[in-house]
Design a protein around this ligand. Structure first.
Ligand code: COA
Length: 157
């Protein structure tokens, strides 16, 4: 059986912390789809297609990873992709409560969908897309936190 997983997120923009989780998911699974959520309620800085393009560029070295935008329930997207696993990163204890709730909800909606959590390494524990956006808005160098294509895109905003 092909092990297919989804790594979902808003990726506004993708950071090295996200990339770490995607790489580790790719090493455990046969196929990984990075699902870039529209997340209209979050009023993202980058439009959906731009976020997906940046994720695609940042993951082009991973042969079993593909990238798709989505705007529906995650359980429905997973069904469309015939994926039975969601892989998410856990950075700090503050992530736990939200992820606990999401996991319970997704399991209620689809009992066959399993969520696996990967702990972020210490160097990415504090990293988030909003921190990166804020640093970039003040003209700080963000190249140590994000893939080069993202640093370039942020410099143009
Ligand atoms: N490294 C760095 N940052 C990380 C990270 C990691 N490994 N993991 C999470 N983050 C950060 C993100 O950068 C983001 O930071 P920000 O808020 O400062 O910008 C924050 O954690 C939240 O991440 P986000 O990508 O927005 O994901 P999420 O955990 O909020 O979930 C979906 C987004 C798409 C998975 C979720 O909203 C979803 O499933 N949506 C589809 C609709 C649905 O099914 N909803 C559930 C039922 S109502």
């Amino acid at each position: 059986m092909t092990r297919r997983a989804i790594t979902p997120g808003t990726f506004d923009p993708i950071t090295n912390g996200h990339l770490d989780i995607i790489c580790r998911a790719a090493s455990m699974m046969d196929e990984v789809t990075v699902a870039v959520a529209k997340s209209a309620g979050k009023h993202p800085l980058f439009p959906l297609e731009e976020r997906a393009r940046l994720v695609r560029q940042a993951t082009e070295h991973l042969p079993n990873v593909s990238v798709e935008a989505f705007d529906c329930l995650l359980v429905d997207f997973a069904r469309q992709k015939d994926a039975h696993v969601i892989v998410k990163g856990l950075r700090a204890i503050t992530d736990f409560e939200y992820e606990f709730q999401m996991n319970a909800l997704n399991q209620q909606l689809d009992y066959n969908l399993e969520t696996i959590f990967i702990m972020s390494p210490p160097e990415y524990m504090y990293l988030s897309s909003s921190i990166v956006r804020e640093l970039a808005s003040f003209g700080a160098d963000v190249s140590q936190f994000v893939p080069p294509c993202v640093a370039k895109a942020l410099a143009k905003v």
